[in-house]
Write a protein of this length. Structure first.
Lengths: 187, 1063
């Protein structure tokens, strides 16, 4: 009997391993999943992963009133809003606040020609094709989806990013050219 | 019948009369009968065919075999997955965002960057625009301004993305002794090779054909290290280049290939020609031929083909004559004779005297030739008469350029073209000719010179595979002490090499080509090297340096830059040289056609011997795999041969009547024994072949275990050939040797896709018409006026997308299938799955024959999702995964699909594809069933197991185009709509024959709107609306244009058959 249990367990482990080759495909279809190295759920708002440095959005966009698109300049031009390259940071931080630890960190990275690896916060499933460009062109502010970033330090997921939420807004903006056919986002 | 208009379905109840059985709502279905066409020879000759189930791909090879996983394992996977899901031990991976350190100016992540470069897969040198995303190429498209490619690209060019990211490329330099390979560092490799080169000086280079600076550089390298510059040996398995060039040297005293402007010709005669299969520049010639044969008012050009095999060129021909293998020279001379006798014939007195003397010398043979080739004298007379009336040209080649008369055939072709006056107008030999990338007889020269060589570099070519073993190349090569193989992919010649050096893919290198003299096409890297490879020319620089004879250039780009100086002077640019080069790189090409004076025809002799009868082996190039250099690319294997539709295999094509005579059936394995050896393969009865032709394509038969894609696929027919040479040039012969056949006693299923996704054989699938009918009855059509009970759904959105496919233009080349698969991340599934009928192509090519099996007409029909406005698939989906959008597109939502496959069953066009697995061939990944994400389009969802998919009109491209129109509207303050030039689907973009048109049907001026109103327009399975028979009434947004015959015959080559009843 015991041998049978061990055998079953072995089979389970084996199957687990077989599955792991397909795991990337698998998570796509399982709702309510959690993210690697985190206990937080990515579905729904509030997901707030750790980042290499605590970039203070509140100082840049809040106190200094810098335009969001000064750094996320691809938002109006591309599907992706873009995280700024280090040379954008170093444009100011060669001179400004060079004594602070986070700045020392990025200065060191810049010197070694190494990029900073940020953790993606707003991560849509791979079967959704979202583009920032039409939303910016239509005149939506960043805050409408990303929340009051000018008051936050690092980014947390503000909107639920679920389909009902997308469709709700699209339905309200049909006159602006928003579409609700499936292949607007799924193709 | 007036169109019935209803706002809502509810009101239908008030319209009861439309349901009355005696109402003249539409004519009863009586005319939509069985078509006169056939897809598989089984339909007309069941005695030589395989069973229906085998043909349609509904049974597996053998039970349980051929599946990646057994059924029970699937059950285990499902149950285990459920457990895993419940315990949440599968976590979604946290994705990283890695921005640049120094971002290039004007770059936005997510937006593509384009580079202009030049394709290097064949010497045609098409201009290519490479779309890159975040530094890696994702898609290739023909350069729209480039004069060679004119925006299009062939299947092979499209597929270079897969060879770039191929996981089995050489990864580091190797040193090989006694079959054991040891990795080397680049420095060690250069040092050791340099020392060897320094000690010997007897160095040679074998390289593939190129028209650019490369060969000059090789010669310079050889001189620098103390060897002879003549030791560059060029080899291209396509004998057309050397035979045409040598024939022109014999005829005019100057070498080169005339630039063939088919668009100016009215009648084109092909003698065994393969201009649409392989030829010398397949995209350029497809474009030209498409223009020449297009319908201009009530006239249309004509292609007449004489051939023994069944090529795509022959399939496209308006008239096709079947001649015996090896009789191409006799046929050409007969036509020359007929032309020469006409008073209207052109050509100088001197030239005509030369031609007359050749005709006189061969008079006896020519008189007998009519009976031998089986074409009557009157045919030639009539053809000669027609050709002299309007601008005409003769093109010869194909398998005939691999036989011993190859050069004589081209000389005879020159005679014909002189008499036609084609030189100077259609054939440009004095203005903008092409240099031959290969020198005739180079391999013969190498075999003779090999005892005197100590070191040989084999660069980017594989003669060990593409020459018959009996030719003795490998034996000659083994006499050389040190062999260095420089390849970007494992080649058969590597086995003999001491050093194997990984070369860059052409998308990673600098270079140039001169496809037409005076015209420079530039190659620049679109990506940094993806594996530890180097540019071959730079390797030679390093080797020269370590041999103590540095070449004096910093890198190959510096060398090229010096070569391009003359173009700077020619252009007379008012900027400095660096700026000039930058501008040229942006465009991809520069130049002005060179001119020269060419003298009159000089005395040249041809001796004609008539071919003997008996079974003869012909080994033409497979139009996708060519000489085998592309056999490792999965998409090219998967696309399938155009004529036989066989994928992932080699086959032996035999005329069906010969099969019956010899007692052979489809899939019987036979042994073909030639003078040089034998090979075994399965029989495929193919209509249209000469009864004596045994046709086995080249390209497959690799036995190298390092390439898992090509290893063990098919056979190499060159094994049967004995050593023979072209009588004039000494080029190796790989066509027309006598063979014996014997049954092996086995069967082997060829993965032919012809009857998979069969939509039946109704007369409203392929519709044909003639110029006379068009002139008399042709009037504008309104395909959308179909009496119909559903509410009108055509008018909702801003756009209504439509597509039109011209059956008169399609050549069956498969470029659209390749482009579609690469654009849309369509899986490649391999032979076993294709045998089950599971191929994934979103656009497939149906090939139909009509007429006699000995001389059939051929029609190709690309079938993609028809985007029906009344789609049967939408109605049956239980989860609303497939819906209609307001722009007429039948949308497929993958994440909703639960895989019931109801839609696939409901679809009358059989265009829906189901993912039975997460397919391993899609991947070319490191692991089985793992996808190589680099080779995927990041803008299209990758589908996994259990999901239905199909053509979506490249909806991602449409979205981008609409967005930029919106952006422009915002910028200029008035409304811009998407115009024809703003968006092209992947298949339309790459079509070398311009058969596909796409656009907005709501814009009455758009190209697609015009073609939908064209008198030739019809809907697939749409009945015969002119007789009030509306077929299935699915109301597709895709329409087809009827195929048109040249004269009053409605379909090509259908002598002896009746024209179809309709149209």
């Amino acid at each position: 009997m015991r041998a049978l249990k061990i055998l079953t367990a072995a089979v389970c482990i084996l199957v687990c391993q077989m599955i792991s080759t397909d795991a990337k495909a698998w998570w796509m279809w399982s709702p309510g999943d959690t993210v690697e190295n985190s206990t937080q759920s990515m579905i729904g708002s509030g997901y707030h992963p750790d980042q290499p440095i605590d970039f203070p959005h509140n100082i840049h966009a809040g106190n200094l009133k810098m335009d969001c698109q000064y750094c996320h300049s691809a938002a109006r031009r591309s599907q992706s809003a873009g995280v700024p390259p280090l040379n954008t940071c170093m444009g100011c931080h060669k001179i400004v606040a060079t004594d602070k630890d986070p700045i020392k960190y990025i200065a060191e990275k810049y010197k070694r020609n190494e990029p900073v690896e940020w953790t993606k916060v707003h991560d849509l499933p791979d079967f959704v094709r979202f583009s920032h460009k039409p939303h910016v062109l239509a005149g939506f502010t960043c805050q409408e989806c990303h929340g009051p970033m000018q008051e936050k330090v690092t980014a947390a997921q503000h909107a639920p990013l679920q389909m009902g939420w997308c469709i709700g807004c699209h339905k309200d903006n049909l006159d602006k050219g928003a579409k609700i056919s499936c292949n607007t986002c799924h193709y | 019948m007036e169109r019935l208009e209803f706002d809502e379905l509810d009101k239908l109840s008030e319209q009861k009369e439309v349901f009355a059985p005696d109402a003249t709502f539409e004519a009863p279905v009586k005319n939509i009968g069985k078509g006169h066409l056939f897809m598989a020879v089984e339909e007309v000759m069941p005695e030589i065919g395989a069973t229906d189930l085998e043909v349609s791909g509904e049974i597996a090879e053998s039970k349980g075999k051929g599946y990646p996983i057994a059924r029970r394992d699937v059950m285990r996977l499902f149950s285990a997955s459920a457990i895993l899901g419940a315990t949440a031990c599968v976590k979604r991976p946290a994705e990283k965002i890695v921005p640049y350190v120094n971002q290039p100016i004007d770059f936005a992540p997510g937006n593509p960057v384009y580079y202009a470069t030049t394709c290097n897969e064949c010497p045609a040198a098409c201009g290519v625009v490479v779309k890159t995303r975040e530094g890696r190429p994702t898609k290739l498209e023909g350069g729209p301004e480039h004069p060679v490619s004119q925006g299009a690209l062939c299947a092979i060019g499209q597929a270079s993305i897969q060879s770039l990211y191929h996981p089995e490329r050489h990864k580091s330099p190797l040193f090989q002794t006694n079959g054991h390979a040891k990795e080397l560092s680049w420095e060690a490799a250069f040092d050791r090779i340099g020392a060897i080169v320094k000690g010997s000086k007897k160095v040679g280079i074998i390289t593939k054909g190129s028209t650019g600076s490369q060969r000059k550089f090789y010669a310079e390298f050889l001189t620098k290290i103390g060897s002879k510059s003549e030791n560059v040996f060029t080899w291209d398995a396509n004998g057309l280049y050397s035979s045409i060039s040598e024939a022109h040297r014999l005829a005019f005293g100057v070498e080169g290939l005339p630039r063939l402007e088919l668009a100016r010709a009215s009648t084109i005669v092909g003698i065994g020609s393969d201009i649409l299969d392989v030829g010398t520049s397949v995209v350029y010639h497809s474009k030209g031929l498409s223009q020449a044969l297009s319908i201009k008012g009530l006239e249309k050009g004509e292609l007449v083909q004489f051939e023994a095999v069944m090529s795509l060129t022959g399939g496209r021909a308006d008239k096709r004559h079947v001649i015996p293998v090896g009789s191409e020279l006799a046929t050409t001379l007969l036509l020359v004779r007929a032309l020469h006798e006409k008073t209207a014939a052109k050509g100088s007195k001197g030239a005509r005297a030369v031609i007359a003397s050749v005709l006189d010398a061969n008079k006896g043979a020519l008189d007998q030739a009519y009976d031998v080739i089986g074409v009557k004298k009157e045919v030639f007379e009539a053809l000669a008469h027609k050709m002299l009336e309007k601008p005409s040209v003769l093109v010869a080649g194909g398998t005939a350029s691999f036989d011993e008369n190859a050069t004589s055939l081209q000389v005879a072709g020159i005679f014909a073209n002189i008499l036609l006056g084609a030189y100077g107008s259609i054939l440009n030999f004095d203005k903008g000719w092409s240099a031959s990338p290969v020198k005739a007889g180079d391999m013969k020269r190498f075999v003779e010179a090999s005892p005197d060589l100590d070191v040989v570099f084999v660069i980017g070519t594989d003669p060990s595979f593409s020459l018959p073993a009996s030719y003795g190349f490998s034996e000659a090569l083994t006499k050389v002490k040190t062999i260095i193989s420089i390849q970007n992919f494992p080649a058969e010649v590597d086995r003999l090499a001491e050093f194997i050096l990984p070369a860059d893919h052409y998308l990673e290198t600098w270079g140039d080509e001169e496809p037409v003299s005076g015209f420079l096409s530039i190659r620049q890297p679109a990506v940094r090297t993806t594996v530890n490879s180097r540019q071959p020319e730079e390797m030679l620089m390093w080797i020269a340096a370590s041999a103590g004879a540095p070449m004096g250039y910093a890198d190959y780009r510096t060398y090229l830059s010096a070569q391009w100086k003359s173009y700077y002077e020619m252009a007379g640019a008012k900027v400095d040289y660096e700026t000039f080069v930058k501008a040229v790189l942006r465009r991809g090409f520069i130049g002005k056609l060179d001119t020269r004076t060419v003298g009159d025809l000089i005395d040249v002799k041809i001796s004609l011997t008539l071919p003997e009868s008996g079974l003869k082996l012909v080994a033409p190039f497979d139009h996708r795999l060519r000489d085998g250099s592309f056999a490792h690319i999965p998409i090219l294997q998967e696309v399938g041969d155009g004529m036989t539709t066989i994928a992932w295999d080699s086959w032996i094509a035999i005329n069906p009547n010969t099969c019956r005579k010899l007692g052979l059936k489809r899939n019987d394995v036979i042994r073909v024994e030639g003078p040089g050896g034998f090979f075994e393969g399965a029989v495929f009865p193919l209509p249209g072949l000469h009864p004596d032709a045994i046709v086995a394509p080249r390209g497959n038969g690799h036995t190298d275990k390092r390439s898992t894609i090509s290893n063990g696929v098919g056979f190499n027919p060159l094994a049967a050939f004995s050593k023979a040479e072209d009588k004039v040039t000494g080029q190796p012969v790989t066509s027309g040797q006598k063979v014996k056949l014997s049954l092996v006693g086995k069967t082997y299923r060829l993965a032919a896709m012809q009857k998979h996704h069969d939509i039946g054989n109704r007369s409203d699938i392929i519709r044909t018409t003639s110029l006379a009918t068009l002139a008399n009855e042709g009037r504008e059509k309104d395909l959308d006026s179909v009496p119909d009970l559903y509410p009108d759904i055509l008018q909702r959105g801003d756009y209504r997308w439509g597509m039109s496919v011209d059956l008169s233009k399609c050549t069956g080349c498969g470029a659209c299938m390749t482009a579609c698969s690469l654009e849309n991340n369509v899986a490649q599934i391999g032979r076993e799955q294709i045998l089950l009928g599971r191929e994934m192509h979103w656009i497939r090519l149906d090939r139909y024959f009509n007429g006699e099996v000995d001389s059939p007409g051929v029609t190709f029909q690309p079938v993609m999702c028809q985007q029906c406005n009344h789609a049967p698939c939408e109605a049956v989906c239980p989860v609303l995964a497939t819906t209609h959008d307001d722009e007429g597109i039948n949308a497929m939502t993958y994440n909703r699909c639960v895989g019931t496959r109801y839609c696939g069953n409901a679809c009358p066009y059989k265009v829906r594809r189901f993912n039975w697995w997460t397919y391993k061939w899609n991947t070319m990944g490191e692991k089985e069933r793992d996808r190589n994400i680099k080779a995927l389009n990041p803008d299209v969802t990758v589908r996994t197991r259990g999901v239905m998919e199909k053509c979506n009109f490249c909806v991602g491209r449409l979205r981008d185009a609409k967005l930029s129109a919106k952006e422009r509207s915002k910028e200029f303050g008035r409304e811009f709509r998407v115009q024809d030039s703003d968006v092209k689907t992947a298949c339309q973009q790459t079509c070398p024959s311009d058969a596909i048109t796409f656009g907005d049907l709501k814009n009455p001026g758009s190209g697609i709107s015009k073609l939908r109103r064209d008198p030739r327009a019809y809907l697939l399975l749409g009945g015969f609306p002119e007789e009030k028979e509306y077929g299935l009434k699915t109301m597709p947004n895709v329409s087809y244009l009827m195929k048109v015959g040249a004269d009053n015959e409605s379909v090509a080559g259908s002598e002896g058959t009746q024209a179809p009843k309709h149209g």
